[in-house]
Design a protein around this ligand. Structure first.
Ligand code: DX5
Ligand code: ZN
Length: 220
């Protein structure tokens, strides 16, 4: 099994020092940067648009993983690709013509992913597995950073990993929300490929140590 990758979520960084924050996690060994886009409609909060994404893309060589928590995803795909997004996920609950949106992301030059809320059944991904590069399982209800990981999600993640292995073994499984060193220890052996972590990285002084510990490379 390959090493789990860590995607720090900029939602938890100090935005007043965003360039330093991005450089600090890049230097600390982050694999990707996770960029949470909220529209105040699909989720009850507002965050960043393509403008900030473009600024971030100019100061890092890390792949940008854009998580669209929005209802009008189609209108945002190309602006985010132009702003440097390498991977774009949309919510299965928010998008009406999911197949079309996935194709649009791919045609725009980014890797398409589908995000799924805690209460949405695994079966809603049945037709999607062969179409995407990754599936992002929310382990909190989307909208805010710093929430507690929902423990009942572990059983769902086991079933998602089994479905992935059966239907599309190349698809990455991403877990997002409330990830910390303790639950990362449980998540890694389930076949999760990428851990998104906001608070567990940006809330720590020593980012290299925080990332290493999420990967299971414990250091003193
Ligand atoms: C929640 C976001 C997550 C979140 C992760 O809506 O999608 O990416 O910011 O942050 P933590 O790790 O603090 O839960
Ligand atoms: Zn996210």
């Amino acid at each position: 099994m390959s090493r789990v990758r860590v995607a720090p979520s900029l939602l938890a960084c100090d935005l007043a020092r965003v360039a330093d924050e991005v450089r600090s996690v890049e230097a600390a060994g982050a694999d990707l940067l996770h960029f949470d886009v909220m529209d105040g409609h699909f989720v009850p909060n507002l965050t960043f648009g393509p403008g900030l994404c473009s600024v971030v893309s100019r100061i890092t060589s890390l792949p940008l993983d854009v998580h669209l928590m929005v209802t009008n995803a189609d209108a945002l795909v190309e602006p985010f690709v132009r702003a440097g997004a390498n991977r774009i996920s949309v919510h299965v609950e928010a998008v009406t013509h999911l197949h079309r949106t996935i194709e649009l992301i791919r045609a725009s030059g980014a890797t398409p992913g589908v995000a799924i809320n805690p209460a949405t059944p695994v079966g809603s991904l049945d037709e999607v597995w062969p179409l995407v590069g990754f599936v992002l399982a929310m382990s909190v209800n989307p909208g805010f950073g710093g929430q507690r990981f929902i423990p009942e999600l572990l059983d769902k993640l086991v079933r998602m990993a089994a479905e992935r292995d059966r239907r599309a073994p190349g698809v990455e499984l991403v877990v997002d929300g409330g990830v910390d060193v303790a639950n990362a220890r449980t998540l890694r052996p389930l076949g999760v490929n990428i851990l998104v972590a906001g608070t567990a990285v940006f809330g720590e002084e020593d980012r290299a140590r925080a990332i290493a510990r999420l990967r299971g490379e414990e250091r003193a």
